[in-house]
Design a protein around this ligand. Structure first.
Ligand code: ZN
Ligand code: ZN
Length: 355
């Protein structure tokens, strides 16, 4: 499994004529060697690999790390630099979209004879296509989160605070075995629904309002991401209209997912429909994003998404309409691309009215 994952780095070694690649992004470290802690670096040469960590993680690393020699350091960048010098590495790549400028300076000052090659966001695309085990893990965490929402929605009523819904949902997710919430939940009711990322506040729900709930869980490193918009009591005609449009846009995009379509064209399926209904200026964000070891990862599904959809990719489909002064609707599912379409991993019903 790790061999297959690491083989995805081969084009970077070839294209940039690298002796090694220094991995500092923890999600990529976990993906490439199995370490799940919160500090450490992985140095991958063409035939060898080393994982470096401090004494807090030596035991954990010995247990988790595969396919790399574990070394303990007391000073991180000194250790990295002396390893690079010892191994006569002359030219190595680093994750230019993750490394701090101060860390880069340490490396380049200490390794004056070395060439450091910044590898851009393309390196994160190595995680875009998930293997069978990853899709199973993503399916499990999505099911757990969706079921948790089902348990919480029953208590949704006028007078309840947004923040209490977020709290109850987090408790339910943890109770059902998740390691953590995937992000600060969005619970945005009434006019606050016009904020696509309106974090749960102290506002109480009122009859007739729409409530957008965007939530997810993390288990075994994998995330889930899902949004429902529900009505508290009877929704207004306008609320129903907007929900219908977003639902249609969502359903059309889900139906269009298949290998070979570009992420840009997939975005357009939903965006064009919303435009035809006259709401395009109220849908500012992209249609979706990859989900995996990070909550937001490759591919980007937006008008600027130049990736092509491939079997094994897992990403969200999340169109929305946000009308200032009125409120908003977003409907989000996470899908896994199959040979001829997709399966929807997230399971909460996307109906507006609770029954
Ligand atoms: Zn979301
Ligand atoms: Zn999302």
């Amino acid at each position: 499994m790790l061999k297959h994952r690491r083989s995805r780095l081969k084009p970077f070694f070839e294209e940039h004529r690298l002796d090694a690649i220094l991995i500092t992004n923890l999600a990529n470290i976990r993906y490439l060697c199995g370490f799940s802690g919160s500090d450490g670096v992985l140095l991958l040469a063409r035939e060898e690999a080393w994982f470096l960590c401090d004494s807090r993680y030596t035991t954990q690393a010995a247990d988790e790390v595969r396919g790399a020699e574990v070394r303990e350091y007391s000073a991180k960048y000194e250790a990295i630099c002396s390893l690079i010098s010892d191994k006569k590495i002359r030219r190595f790549g680093f994750e230019a979209t993750h490394m701090l400028v101060s860390d880069f300076r340490q490396l380049s000052e200490r390794l004056a004879g070395c060439e450091l090659v910044g590898l851009g966001a393309a390196l994160d695309s190595i995680r875009s296509c998930k293997d069978k085990h990853e899709i199973e893990a993503l399916g499990r965490v999505a099911a757990l989160a969706s079921a948790s929402l089902g348990a919480v929605l029953a208590s949704l009523a006028p007078g309840i605070r947004e923040s209490d819904i977020a709290l109850e949902l987090e408790i339910e997710i943890r109770r059902r075995g998740a390691d953590a919430r995937a992000f600060d939940f969005i619970v945005a009711s009434g006019e606050r629904g016009a904020m696509p990322h309106g974090k749960a506040s102290d506002k109480v729900l009122r009859t007739g309002e729409l409530v957008t709930i965007d939530f997810g869980a993390v288990k075994d490193g994998y995330h889930s991401d899902e949004t429902v918009t529900v009505a508290v009591g009877r929704p207004s005609a306008r609320g129903r209209e907007i929900h219908d449009i977003v639902r249609q846009a969502h359903d059309r995009a889900v139906a269009a997912v298949r290998p070979g379509i570009s992420c840009r064209d997939l975005d357009a399926v939903a965006r064009d429909y919303i435009r035809e209904q006259g709401y395009d200026s109220y849908f500012g964000h992209g249609l979706g994003h990859g989900v995996g070891l990070e909550i937001h990862e490759k591919p980007v599904v937006s008008p600027r998404g130049d990736a092509v959809v491939e079997e094994g990719m897992v990403f969200t489909i999340e169109p929305g309409i946000y009308v200032p002064g009125f409120g908003g609707v977003r409907i989000e599912d996470t899908v896994a691309v199959t040979a001829d379409g997709c399966v929807i991993l997230t399971q909460a019903p996307k109906d507006l009215i609770l029954s």
